[in-house]
Design a protein. Sequence first.
Length: 842
Amino acid sequence: MTNEHDTGRSDEARYDFRAIQEKWLPVWEQLKPFATNDVPADRPRKYVLDMFPYPSGDLHMGHAEAYALGDVIARFWRQQGFSVLHPIGWDAFGLPAENAAIKRGLDPRGWTYDNIAQQKASMRRYAPSFDWDRVIQTCDPEYYRWNQWLFLKLYEKGLAYRKASLVNWCPFDQTVLANEQVVGGRCERCDNLVTKKKLTQWYFRITEYADRLLDDLAGLEATWPSKVISMQRNWIGRSTGADVDFRIEGREQPVSVYTTRPDTLYGATFMVVAPDADLAAELVEGSSAEVRERFDAYLERVRGTTEMDRLSTEREKTGVFLERYAINPVNGERLPIWAADYVLADYGHGAIMAVPAHDQRDLDFARAFGLPVRVVVETSSGADADGVSRDPQATGEALAGDGVLVNSGEFDGLSKAEAIQSVTARLREQGLGEPATNFRLRDWLISRQRYWGTPIPIIHCPACGEVPVPEDQLPVELPSAEGLDLQPKGTSPLGAAEEWVNVSCPSCGGDAKRDTDTMDTFVDSSWYFLRFLSPHDDTQAFDPAEAKKWAPVDQYVGGVTHAILHLLYARFVTKVLNDLGYIDFGEPFTALLNQGMVLMDGSAMSKSRGNLVRLSDQLDEHGVDAVRLTMAFAGPPEDDIDWADVSPAGSAKFLARAWRVGDDVTSAPDVDRTTGDAALRRVTHHFLADAPSLVEAFKFNVVVARLMELVNATRKAIDTGAGAADPAVREAAETIALALNLFAPYTAEDMWQRLGYEPSVALAQWPAPDASLLVEQSVTSIIQVDGKVRDRLEVSPRIDAEELEALARASQAVQRTVADREIVNVIVRAPRVVNIATRPRA
Ligand code: ANZ
Ligand code: ZN
């Protein structure tokens, strides 16, 4: 043990963050304080996970925030006696690498691994408490082999399938996109408008889990941000109503429509089919040549329209009358059938009964094309003063609210809710309809026509059809990019890798071809948290025994940008693996913390905006610890941080001050602390008592503020009070080092050594506070009425003004004095004085 306190250290020992960083980084690399390979079986465990980075360029300020905050939690649980698994890896496949490589004429492989190397070096210096023996990189065949395994498991269960359908197509990236990757009608990656294209693609049947994905959100309400929960709820979008069958003149089969308002069936005045639905094409075959021509032209236009626009209520309504008629099952009315783009082909049945009086989009359409409007629910919200519903035809406003049925035969007089029940029951009796549930959620489109991803482990055989690659032949390695044209062109570049594509069928041995698509990279990240549990296992995707010990993740930390996509997919895959018996839990992430963004001058940082703050510059100038501390101190972790408003220089100054406190201590580690200065001890022990619950509530900034108070109190004790040799000063300094371990690991480690301990401070335990030092002493509070002392109350020194005023007003003596006079003013100076002013009642 080194104890520099006896060795005549220099008086002007200086805090030098560069020297400290250089000193401790290699020590930690040797020591591996965060290794988790053999942790004691009987110690409780926590799994803290930060979303893994995408290796495009070096780490940036956003990473610096996320990893600083996640590390507070990981380090905290270690101090609280837990074995903590805190791994890191790289989410390394995907378009950005591929596009960057194409631009530079490089192999995406080299570009990606170079970036990983750079990020890894920066990450090590940044010193989150990662277990570096568990790093995974999703573009390693050792990793993506298990993506392929997962695909095959889903395929066996019928949860992975191929179908031809209209898909989102990015004309710029020349690839399909999942619904989740279309943001406001635009490609999430390149921001170009997304169009639709009919293609045969691979899907994961996430819709089969829609109910569970929705219902299980209830169990996350206490530990996930409510915003994320409601975004997921909306995305899944469960809607309940009824399917109603309409007979079509000149067609054998009836057409089903989905409605959430079966109560409005008598108000249906026309039917609308999606122009791009198969039904529309079929119906128009029975129409005149002129209509067919108009329809074809219309369809052409619709194809170029985004889904967003189609659903917009602002847009002018367009459509084509198909000269065909449907029959309303309840009253036999003939309803004209139109094709219009506000009805979507892939929701419900791609056709609707239009009820213009009660549905705004139907009303807009009816008004545009002169179709009848019939009110069937008298709503109170749409009523005049005399109780008569306003005419939607005239006002242009549909009556959407609650009300009583009219013009609806035997159902007249029922409330909306009653009528929904009764009409549905009647339809069911007559075999004309049934209750139905629909989801906004679509199956997850996972195939991509791009190079840099996991090959889909399927072989297409002319004789046998789709043949899964046998598990013992995994991984299907991605062929070298050499000689391949990676330019996006709508078909996968892998098709040109002839040696790779042409194989013999695993089933019949005949000539066959590999599937040339690659998987969406969200497949990679849908289960990566399990791979960390046994990252080097080459016999299975993850070890179920390790999953039992560590999983699910206790605390997940990452950006809110992943509120839907990644989190939904990971929840889905977890449920599938649960059903398949590999794991015994159904939710991957027990708790979730979304950190805010790091802004500069009020807006997101970007090169083009010219407000980019480079992390490496900040680290060079202020040091790792100051940057990390600044991230924690800036405010609640969920809030955005404007780098223009914070002071890493101030953080560095504080760290130097804290470090010097440790350096000043002259007592030995084994000194009897109970003999120390009581006032300072009380401050220290209050801090020891309060910090853990503050950390658990993610109030990191409050912990830092309290720590600053502790440093000040200690400084004062050294300079003007008990002195550097007092045991209470040592106790305070050690507490400071332990707390700094959460935010500023280099400074903490260095202090710890100067205080006479071996590394690592990260493994030292948080001491229990001494309860006797937490007992509040009371102070005497003087209560005056009109300038005369009337009572004295013994109160807590921490009492707040409101509480003290209430006590004063409740005092017998005060009440007697005030009697029937009126209190006009109360001035409270907690905890010492309350002044009550009165006057006679008027
Ligand atoms: C008649 C009706 C009357 C409707 C009324 C609403 C109000 P959610 O809640 O999103 O499930 N709809 C059904 N399929 C559609 C499709 N493919 N494209 C566009 N709209 C479609 O909405 C269900 C309602 O949206 C359905 O209920 C249907 O209009 C329409 F006063 O039927 B409703
Ligand atoms: Zn075959």
